[in-house]
Design a binder for this molecule. Structure first.
Ligand code: GRG
Length: 303
């Protein structure tokens, strides 16, 4: 059950609290060093502590709370997910991929450092995420740690982020139908969010129905998040997004907006958010209330 303090906090206050806690954990995991290779660690810190909403860590923390998981453990899993997310953004911005000069309102990591350092920083962040999950500090039960590692590997690899990114790059050269766009986005955006919610259930040794409900919630929410991302690319403001807009159109990418139009895309996002919330009805009382609030926030977000 949420504590009385949590119950009186707004979603924004809760998001800020997670943001600060995760930043502290990441800072501790990436201490400054005067080793000759310090530049690599500087780039890793830059690419992770340069802003961001910390939505995926919030999903880990909130799903873990449902099962009364120790918050120190949840913070470690939350940091691991964010490191993988940040690695993907650093690599996505490289000239060979999206070629983006700005990320989170600041020069992207390869612009601040250089391409080779950005590639290494991304690789090292991905490795660090698995190091964190496999450490007994994350959970004393090795089966729990193995499951976290396996599920994150699935989310990050060919069936998840990397596979989705491959489709995304191919989508610059060929027009995709709605089914392929949905699959691409499920892999590129949805899969890591699904892991974020599933991680809380794994840490809490939740039963299969609860775990499945959280996965289904995250899948629909991830889908809605991507639809709103496509809408923001068309009508968002650079000042809020921290990156240029109308990039998808310029790159000739097939998006939900290009495939179905802005109004239908908005209706689809709303439908997906309602569907996501329905999956949480399995949790009694207000146990999943904050996750429901998060789902509504995705519809209203400006960044
Ligand atoms: C390079 C393996 C590899 C994958 C890259 C995540 C990704 C795949 C590319 C990012 C490009 C992009 C705009 C994806 C759409 C949705 C998305 C993941 C947006 C960024 O996530 P936010 O809004 O970012 O949560 P912050 O900065 O708040 O963390």
């Amino acid at each position: 059950m949420p504590s009385p303090r949590e119950a009186s906090q707004s979603l924004q206050e809760k998001l800020n609290e997670t943001l600060e806690a995760v930043n502290k954990t990441i800072t501790r995991l990436l201490p400054e060093t005067d080793l000759p290779e310090a530049r690599l660690f500087d780039a890793m810190r830059y690419g992770t502590l340069n802003g961001g909403k910390r939505m995926r860590p919030f999903m880990v923390m909130q799903s873990a709370k449902i099962f009364n998981v120790d918050m120190k453990r949840a913070r470690r899993a939350a940091a691991a997910v964010e490191l993988v997310h940040c690695y993907s953004l650093i690599h996505d911005d490289l000239p060979a991929m999206d070629n983006a000069d700005m990320r989170r309102g600041k020069p992207s990591t390869h612009k601040k450092f250089d391409d080779a350092t950005a590639i290494l920083a991304g690789d090292a962040l991905l490795a660090l995420a698995f190091e964190i999950l496999s450490d007994p500090e994350t959970h004393e039960d090795p089966r729990v740690r193995c499951e976290l590692v396996k599920e994150l590997a699935l989310a990050a690899g060919g069936q998840g982020l990397c596979g989705g990114q491959m489709l995304d790059l191919l989508g610059e050269k060929e027009e995709f139908d709605l089914g392929t766009i949905s699959r691409l986005q499920r892999m590129k955006t949805g899969r890591l969010m699904t892991f974020a919610c599933e991680a809380g259930a794994i840490l809490g040794k939740a039963g299969e129905p609860q775990r499945k409900a959280l996965c289904n919630f995250a899948q629909d929410l991830g889908h809605a998040f991507q639809v709103t991302d496509d809408i923001l690319d068309v009508e968002g403001e650079v000042i809020h997004l921290g990156k240029p807009t109308k990039k998808d159109d310029k790159a000739g990418k097939s998006t939900f907006v290009s495939a179905m139009g802005k109004e239908q895309a908005k209706a689809r996002a709303e439908m997906l958010v309602q569907q996501a919330i329905r999956h949480l009805h399995i949790f009694q009382g207000d146990r999943a209330e904050t996750l429901k609030e998060l789902a509504m926030y995705v519809l209203k977000r400006r960044a």
